[in-house]
Design a protein around this ligand. Structure first.
Ligand code: HEM
Length: 455
């Protein structure tokens, strides 16, 4: 029972437009300021919605693990009409059944088998760099992550930069449509003004482009080699939990591919971009990494899956990158019933907002949080750190299915790149300012670096 006299957590009295201005200006600083001022449980009334910002790791743990059934995904309903009902947006029993179908492809043994594909693709990108030239890091890392994903998950060795960049740009356009509007997307789609029509066209063109590419991909696999093991052939052979028939419906396969394209490449490429940016400006860290690589990969041989446990420093670099610039900066959930947390009772249909960026950059859990320091990740530190003071991959049943895949790709990319290249900033330097694109943390300005052959 909701009791009207129940106490609300502290929080700012702010109008919706004021709130949106601050979010559009710099959501990261706005959030950190709010937490500093009001503490780890904050309440904001936004239009008719009750919004709770939680930054207590025990509360976050409770929501993601023990009580996950009491929440739905806050933005899933808005995105579903466009991106479909793939794993990321699916809910309840259907989510559980589809996750069970897909899980075998993400078991540690399966992921280790992708190591060679990963290294091949990383080499394909980085071997093309010319000594003493400038590269656009995000662009290169996007090509790298796309190649790794299409070959490991879809079984096609397709390294077309033009298609990769169009696919990536299409998701950016779709995300921008969701980020820049205050109302659900369907409202902008029926707006009359020319500006909005332009936005609608860009949005619709991007969606059409992705659909066309995905259906061509499904057709290609059906016609060429439906038996070759990969995510798509796996879904074609899986038992449909709804009909009991063999093979998921084509629409569901399209939805899963859309979600994997969406979830897998941008997150990893952004993380690697930040890693390279931090290393370019920290020659000492780069030197320690190169020492590790020269010792583990004797004679300059390429890394393999068996080297992963030995590449400890590379792993710490990737972990520290996901701390200071988590690719996903915040997650939200919707309460499906009244929910008690600490001393507060949160009403049904409230939005709960939990931010990796805020937790990972909090001085409560990290000494000198603004400093990129891979060495902080000692066993002792990890042992003392509350579980949800670090959650770049979310948690519980909805956690990232691709976590091990992404970490392995991150380590192998750092190893393969830094074994051959030294990376330094250009004379313009590097900005570490993040920009929010939906829930993603992108670099606000292009990150360019100079690559120098170590030999
Ligand atoms: C650094 C890279 C990555 C980061 C930081 C990341 C982060 C996340 C986070 C935070 C979630 C949870 C979303 C939520 O709870 O609402 C998630 C879910 C998901 N991720 Fe990742 N991800 C990464 C890479 C990948 C890769 C490489 C794949 C696939 C190969 C992938 C596939 C997925 C899928 C399918 C889900 C939905 C899982 C479900 O709801 O059952 N991600 N990811």
């Amino acid at each position: 029972m909701t009791n009207n006299s129940q106490q609300l957590p502290p929080g700012p009295q702010i109008s919706f437009s004021e709130f949106m201005d601050k979010v559009n200006d710099n959501p990261f600083n706005f959030l950190m300021d709010l937490i500093q001022k009001y503490g780890d449980t904050i309440y904001i009334k936004l239009q008719q919605k009750d919004v709770y910002i939680l930054s207590n790791p025990d509360y976050i743990e409770q929501i993601f693990t023990r009580d996950y059934k009491l929440f739905s995904k806050a933005r899933a309903a808005e995105l579903r009409p466009f991106l479909g009902n793939g794993l990321l947006l699916n809910e309840g029993e259907s989510h559980r059944q589809h996750r069970k179908i897909i899980q075998p492809l993400f078991l540690p043994k399966s992921i280790k088998s992708y190591s060679n594909i990963m290294v091949d693709n990383i080499k394909h990108i980085s071997d093309n760099w010319q000594d003493n030239t400038t590269i656009d890091v995000l662009q290169e890392m996007t090509m790298l992550a796309m190649g790794v994903m299409t070959e490991s998950l879809f079984g096609i060795n397709f390294r077309d930069r033009d298609t990769f960049s169009k696919v990536s740009d299409s998701f950016t356009n779709i995300l921008e449509s969701f980020t820049h509007v205050h109302e659900p997307v369907k409202n902008i789609l029926i707006e009359e003004s020319t500006n909005e029509n332009k936005k609608q066209n860009k949005f619709q063109d991007s969606l059409d482009y992705l659909n066309q590419k995905i259906y061509t991909l499904i057709d290609h696999i059906k016609k060429t080699n439906p038996e070759k093991p990969n995510l798509i052939s796996h879904l074609m052979k899986a038992k449909d939990p709804d009909s009991g028939e063999i093979g998921l419906p084509e629409k569901q396969i399209r939805d899963e591919i859309m979600i994997f394209l969406f979830a897998a490449h941008d997150t990893t490429s952004t993380a690697l971009t930040w890693s390279l940016a931090y290393l370019a400006t920290n020659q000492m860290i780069q030197d320690i990494l190169q020492k590790e690589l020269d010792s583990v990969l004797e004679g300059g041989r390429v890394p393999t899956g068996d080297d992963l446990p030995k590449l400890e420093y590379a792993e710490k670099i990737f972990k520290e990158t996901l701390r200071i610039r988590p690719s996903v900066w915040a997650l939200s959930r919707l309460t499906t019933e009244e929910y008690k947390i600490g001393e507060y009772v949160i009403p049904n249909s409230s939005v709960i907002f939990m931010s990796q960026y805020a937790m990972h950059n909090s001085p409560k859990y990290y000494i000198d949080p603004d400093i990129f320091n891979p060495e902080r990740w000692t066993k002792e530190f990890l042992f003392k750190l509350p579980r949800f003071a670090y959650f770049p991959f979310g948690g519980g049943i909805r956690s990232c299915i691709g976590e091990t895949f992404a970490v392995q790709e991150g380590i192998l990319a750092l190893a393969t790149i830094f074994q051959k290249w030294k990376i330094v900033p250009t004379t313009e330097g590097i900005s570490f300012e993040p920009k929010a694109l939906g829930g993603f943390t992108k670099p606000k300005y292009p990150i360019n670096v100079i690559v120098k052959n170590r030999k």
